[in-house]
Design a protein around this ligand. Structure first.
Ligand code: MIC
Ligand code: SF4
Length: 640
């Protein structure tokens, strides 16, 4: 009576008790992925572990984020990453090949296997029944070294699908509906496992869209069964041998069941500035828009762009709209060229961009002041476009395409033209932009370090009494894009911690880095779900570099909590969330960790002469890592 999650976790369990969902388990990781914005740190960390080569079945280093090369820095990073792939035995997906999650689904993902990726949208692999988890770069580096990945035993939530999507309602609307129901922290320490008769009506790219954006619920991962449709997809990718049947047992048990009737769904939209802020498109139809961006790891598959081409065919976009399309991979592009659907896109006025993350991470295409940008992406956080006062609305490719024609937000069901497209029986396979692991003696291979690659700064061990000032107090739903913004200007600094730390919290309080350094560090007070969003460990490393000792919040997002611990910042929680009100910026406080037991700990507020009780949600392992001064020293002490 096992569900899919239990089956895969049981197969991969190396430590802990699967039946006790209050505990931490260690699982074997079969595959890893990194991308260039998190990869440089991950391979510097791997280097620090002094392991000659990776120990996973397969690891891939992708270049897809930092592809706008306005000076030497991004390409310095690419060269470093290529040399690291060669030295340590990884596949290397060259810049311009496509977005990591899209390519991984096409070329490498395998049902029943585990995947750890230094990117929060790694769960895209769940579309083919892979147990795919996002994590910080250091956790991925440690997995590449053959060590288990540790996670809380998740609660498995069954999303039971019935019915069939109606015309112009698509997979994006399914995941927006999930977000409408459970919100941006409804998935915390949970796996969203899909089943029911509706599953077989969804193709693999559609399933990938759903598991991809499951990340926005904070879920550990999302997963679909591996069935006949998965088999056909893998066969069409010339990977029939990678298929295996993976289904829940008939009497599988779940913690909770959420039923979604696909036939009843309508086009949905996520309003600024949270992917959990869902409305029906109908409710705000007519909203004037200035920009439409189609692409990202959520909606850049061949299925999605064929659908867009079908809507744009023979039509012209509105004169006031800038429409960009970033295909997910070269395979997608080659097909669109062969079928001439690329011509439909171009003739309509679309600006076809490189196959990368592009506008999704603010690598170009920043909208105009106060613009409304309609995007098929997964995140609409403040400032993420590169324009602070712009607003992002998240929609399906169908809603985006018809809205681009009309110059305003439009329910795609009003499209009167012919809407049809056919998927190929066999995909065009061309892996010439993926360099396989080198067969040469890797000891001789040197890592190429241009001036942009700076070594990891040394960090001080944790003290038993933490003292200092409250440097910043923020509200609920602070994302890693608030803590460590991305975009074309800041992303090139990802391999240079001292330089990138100058931008910590710059969207909220540009003076923060200066103040933190002047005060020799201190504390940050947060609200609910602090650190939601991306896996970027820079949102922990850079504050650590500035001297941040602890974050005291109402609750934390999973990946960010791991990252804080990995770099020696203590994540603490208000025992009574109301106490959040009792502490202000500038308060001088002390926290005694009580022999590092973390029991009965309190904030001693010297300025206000009061005390506040704290708790935490860390495992014993987390505490050991903190005591060791972070995960690198912890791993080194274990001397594996
Ligand atoms: C994102 O979508 O925010 C990113 C950029 O892909 C991040 C990773 C990063 O910050 O490098 C993510 O989702 O983990
Ligand atoms: Fe890239 Fe955007 Fe996907 Fe992140 S969410 S991996 S930036 S496409």
């Amino acid at each position: 009576m096992q569900n899919i999650t239990e089956k895969i976790l049981k197969d991969h369990l190396v430590e802990g008790d699967l039946n006790n969902n209050r505990t931490t388990i260690g699982i074997k990781i079969d595959q890893t992925i990194t991308q260039d914005a998190t990869g440089t740190m991950a391979y510097l960390e791997f280097e620090a572990m002094e392991i000659p080569s990776i120990k996973t079945d397969l690891s891939v280093s992708y270049i897809d984020h930092n592809t706008l090369q306005t000076d030497f820095r991004n390409m310095d990073d690419h060269k470093f990453l290529q040399s690291a792939a060669e030295k340590y035995g990884l596949y290397f997906s060259r810049p311009g090949n496509g977005i990591c999650h899209q390519i991984h689904l096409e070329r490498f993902a395998k049902p029943g296997k585990t995947l750890l990726g230094s990117d929060s949208h790694t769960p895209t692999g769940g579309g083919v029944g892979m147990f795919a988890i996002g994590a910080g770069g250091l956790d991925v580096a440690v997995a590449m070294a053959g060590e288990p990945f540790y996670l809380k035993v998740p609660d498995v939530i069954n999303i039971y699908l019935t019915g069939k999507l109606r015309l112009m309602v698509s997979a994006k609307d399914v995941i927006l509906e999930v977000l409408r129901r459970i919100g941006v922290k409804g998935g915390l320490n949970k796996v969203l496992e899909y089943s029911g008769p509706g599953v077989k009506t969804l193709s693999i790219p559609e399933r990938g869209t759903i598991t991809n954006m499951g990340a926005e619920t904070g879920a550990t991962t999302s997963i679909f069964p591996s069935d006949e449709i998965t088999k056909q997809f893998l066969e069409a990718q010339d990977r029939g041998n990678d298929w295996k049947l993976l289904e829940p047992d008939n009497d599988a048990r779940y913690k909770k069941k959420i039923e979604i009737n696909l036939s009843e769904l309508e086009p949905l939209v996520a309003l600024p500035h949270s992917p959990g802020n869902i409305r029906k498109v109908k409710e705000i139809e007519g909203l004037p828009i200035q920009q439409v961006c189609i692409g990202s790891c959520t909606n850049s598959s061949l299925r999605d762009l064929k659908s867009v081409a079908s809507i744009l065919r023979g039509n012209k976009i509105d004169n006031k709209i800038s429409l960009t399309i970033s295909p997910g991979s070269r395979q997608v592009v080659e097909h669109l060229i062969e079928s001439k659907e690329m011509t439909d896109l171009i003739k309509s006025g679309a600006r076809v961009l490189e196959n990368t993350c592009g506008p999704c991470i603010g690598m170009g295409q920043a909208p105009s002041s106060k613009a409304i940008s309609l995007r098929t992406f997964n995140r609409n956080f403040l400032g993420r476009t590169g324009t602070k006062d712009a607003e992002i609305y998240l929609v399906s490719p169908e809603t985006a395409a018809i809205s681009a024609l009309n110059g305003k937000l439009t329910d795609p069901r009003s499209f009167k033209g012919k809407f049809e497209f056919n998927m190929p029986k066999k995909f065009i396979i061309n892996d010439n932009m993926i360099i396989p692991p080198s067969k040469e003696d890797n000891k001789k291979i040197e890592l190429i370090r241009g001036p942009n690659i700076k070594p990891l700064p040394p960090f001080l061990p944790l003290y038993e009494i933490l003292k200092g000032e409250v440097l910043l107090k923020v509200g609920d739903n602070i994302t890693t894009d608030h803590i460590m913004p991305a975009g074309a200007k800041i992303l090139p600094l990802r391999s240079n911690i001292p330089a990138i730390s100058e931008y910590v919290f710059s969207v909220i309080d540009p003076e923060f880095p200066k103040r933190a350094l002047e005060k020799k560090g201190g504390f940050v007070i947060g609200g609910d779900d602090y650190g939601q969003g991306s896996s970027r460990e820079h949102a922990a490393i850079a504050p650590k570099y500035l001297g941040v000792k602890a974050i005291i919040a109402k609750s934390f997002a999973r990946i960010h909590l791991d990252n804080l611990v990995n770099f020696g910042i203590v994540p603490l929680i208000f025992k009574d969330p109301q106490d959040y009100k009792l502490i202000e910026v500038g308060d001088n406080i002390e926290i005694e960790l009580n022999d590092f037991t973390f029991e009965n700990i309190k904030i001693k507020n010297i300025t206000k002469n009061n005390s506040i009780s704290l708790i935490h949600s860390m495992s014993e392992r987390h505490i050991d890592i903190l005591k060791a001064g972070g995960k690198l020293p912890y791993i080194k002490n274990k001397q594996f």
